[in-house]
Write a protein that binds this ligand. Structure first.
Ligand code: PLP
Length: 655
């Protein structure tokens, strides 16, 4: 439940700024950008509630707030990760369909396989679902390490026809596992990342009597683009330089193994923002493939790696959190470029493969957390207070009062208000103004500032000093989650994630907020958001109502966030659930699992919860023996710590 941290917020839930209800659910959806970044999977119903449509079918929608309420009934609490497994199937179908269409359109004579790299989300439910979709949608799986390989091999034991691609740096144990799986008849291909791996494969192959198909990863000259460009290009730590690849291919051909060199692979980075970059890299890879084929290598498959992006902003631009293309145009570009190069060379078309992870799983999960308090919201000064300020002998206070009625351009008003506010603070410090006068000045500053920011956002202008203004003007919404655990790419890379309340989208939101997580770290905050709700910095939200949860969702968090997250402050994995729709369109909770307990988090950093318990018990016994505390207090203290060890790492929000 929402608890007011700042008494002023609790006193003023119905302040004028938050009572304008002439606002429709449609306006709310547009304001938060739901149709743009939701991509048909997210919507808003007439009652202003966020909905999830796992199959992009508006007649089969899940009201997210209802699902969260049901999960709370079952004992889960926020923060929670809500997964929609049906959405994975839809994404896989969309990608498959886009390539099938492009293949037909271009008369392409090769096939397409999407190989899911499990590093993007290794959660059991995701891998299990992908594996079960594999036979029908022609999906494969990719492993990038020994643990991932074990998971992939074991999960595909009953779908042994699933293609498996092995990337990452490999030692002889990794390679031996791959070769033995190939010996078992599995369609598994190790991709050579380093020259030494090829020598080791050949050595093992002789020893085990198994010759696998293999692939080469090449570093392209075509630069990647965006935040993840370091994983592609000539400076990348991955793959072989073209000269090394040529040498490796010749070695295989000379050894009579040219037919075994089946895959040529590149990965120019994740979340490629623009289609031009994709086209250039595809053409370069295809050209290398043509040359290697002419030398005698089979190269039956071109594997273009990951990179198919997700429009987190909904802006459809080549910005950092957006993409300027669709799944369909991506597929079209790949097919067209490869066809053109192979047609020009007079060679048969190769099969195509992509290792699309993000585009498959990003939409699948939503992080939901509750706002536990708000700080910094000053109630607007009353008419009497404004009149008193206007008649004050303090010049900055008079100035602030006048600015509240001024029709000067918004940026000027904002600047002038900031100057007056600073002057008033200095007067206070030197003893020339009272605390009450300074507080009134602050409230007038908020009034002027918020009005100016709103006006500027409507006109598409940015505040002149966004960071400084954010510090002093935006409300702080304290939210029960850890950015380091649940949104690591926001912290590490400045990635923006779409964020939106689960309810009240039919009410005009009026407060500009910075979202602060519960870690003791100043980096643990969200300040930058897509859509009009985030224009000018911060996120425009509603005033939470005392006694009623105000839950926010951060969307499109299914790719990379879970596994890259860390335990800063020992905030662990949040509770998690699998939510689906049955054939009749009813909500089904397929799984509901508590997240890490305090004991799990402590164990993770080497503490033994049992011995911590013993230490607490020993302390209470000593204190009782010394007569320092009552039995009642000692028992209460011991019980509290024992409960804490078994409890959630997050704040309890239900009391
Ligand atoms: N393949 C390789 C070799 C990668 O390194 C990655 C991720 O960085 C991927 C595939 C998945 O990329 P994406 O999530 O952009 O599809």
């Amino acid at each position: 439940m929402f608890r007011a941290v700042n008494h002023r917020a609790a006193d003023a839930p119905d302040a004028p700024r938050s009572t304008d209800r002439r606002w429709s659910a449609q306006q709310g959806a547009e304001f938060f950008g739901v149709p743009a970044w939701g991509d048909g999977y997210l919507g808003v119903d007439e009652a202003g509630r966020l909905t999830v449509m796992p199959e992009r079918d508006p007649s089969r929608a899940i009201v997210l707030a209802d699902a969260v309420a049901e999960l709370r009934e079952r004992g889960l609490s926020t923060p929670m990760l809500v997964r929609f497994p049906q959405l994975l199937e839809h994404r896989a179908t969309v990608i498959r369909g886009a390539f099938d269409d492009a293949i037909t359109r271009h008369g392409y004579r090769g096939s397409y396989t999407c190989v899911y790299p499990i590093k993007v989300n290794q959660h059991r439910s995701v891998v299990e679902r992908m594996r079960s979709l594999a036979p029908r949608l022609g999906l494969g799986l990719e492993a990038g390490s020994k643990p991932e390989l074990v998971a992939v091999l074991a999960w595909t034991s009953d779908t042994p026809g699933t293609p498996i691609v092995c990337n990452g740096f490999k030692d002889s144990e990794y390679l031996e596992t791959v070769l033995l799986a190939a010996g078992m008849g599995r369609p598994i291909t190790p991709i050579v990342e380093r020259r030494e791996e090829l020598d080791e494969i050949l050595r093992l192959s002789e020893r085990l009597g198994v010759t696998p198909n293999l692939g080469l990863r090449v570093k392209l000259a075509s630069p990647g683009a965006g935040r993840w460009q370091a994983s592609g290009g000539l400076g990348s730590k991955f793959g072989l330089f073209v000269a090394e690849a040529l040498d490796a291919a010749k070695q295989l051909i000379d050894a009579g193994l040219g037919e075994r060199l089946t895959i040529l692979h590149c990965h120019i980075g994740s979340q490629i923002a623009d289609l031009r970059t994709v086209r250039r890299a595809t053409r370069e890879l295809a050209r290398i493939a043509v040359e290697l084929r002419r030398l005698g290598a089979a190269i039956t498959t071109l594997d273009l790696g990951g990179g198919l992006g997700v429009d987190y902003d909904g802006a459809r631009t080549a910005g950092h959190s957006s993409i300027d293309y669709t799944v369909a145009s991506y597929a079209d570009a790949l097919v067209a470029e490869v066809a053109a190069v192979f047609d020009a060379a007079g060679l048969p078309h190769p099969d195509l493969m992509t290792e699309s992870g993000r585009a498959l799983v990003a939409y699948e999960s939503v992080l939901v957390f509750d706002v536990i308090g708000v700080s910094g919201h000053a109630p607007e000064p009353t008419d009497a207070e404004r009149a008193a300020a206007g008649a004050s002998d303090l010049e900055p206070l008079r100035e602030l009062s006048a600015l509240a009625d001024s029709s000067d351009p918004a940026p000027q008003r904002l600047q002038a208000a900031a100057v007056a506010r600073d002057a008033l603070a200095e007067l206070f410090t030197s003893g020339g103004a009272s605390l009450a006068e300074r507080a009134l000045g602050d409230r007038l500053f908020h009034l002027v500032g918020h009005a100016a920011l709103e006006e500027m956002a409507r006109a598409g202008q940015s505040p002149p000093e966004p960071d400084r203004l954010a510090d002093i003007l935006f409300d702080l919404y304290f939210c029960n989650f850890s950015i380091f655990q649940s949104l690591p790419d926001l912290w590490a890379l400045g990635q923006r994630f779409p964020t939106c309340p689960l309810t009240r989208l039919d009410e005009r939101p009026t407060r500009r907020a910075v979202l602060c997580d519960v870690t003791c770290d100043s980096d643990g905050e969200m300040r930058s958001f897509p859509s009009r709700a985030g224009a000018g910095g911060g996120l425009t939200l509603h005033t939470p109502r005392p006694g009623e949860p105000y839950d926010l969702g951060v969307f499109l968090v299914g790719a990379y966030q879970e596994i890259l997250g860390d335990m800063h402050n020992l905030f662990g994995d949040p509770d998690a659930a699998l939510v689906a729709l049955d054939d009749a369109g009813r909500l089904v909770i397929e799984e509901a699992a508590p997240g890490d307990r305090v004991a799990d988090a402590l164990r993770y950093v080497g503490h033994d919860p049992a011995s911590l318990r013993e230490r607490v018990v020993a302390e209470t016994k000593r204190a009782l023996r010394d007569g320092a505390v009552s039995q009642q207090l000692a028992d209460a203290y011991r019980r509290r710590l024992e409960d804490a060890i078994d409890g959630s790492t997050y704040l309890r929000s239900d009391d």
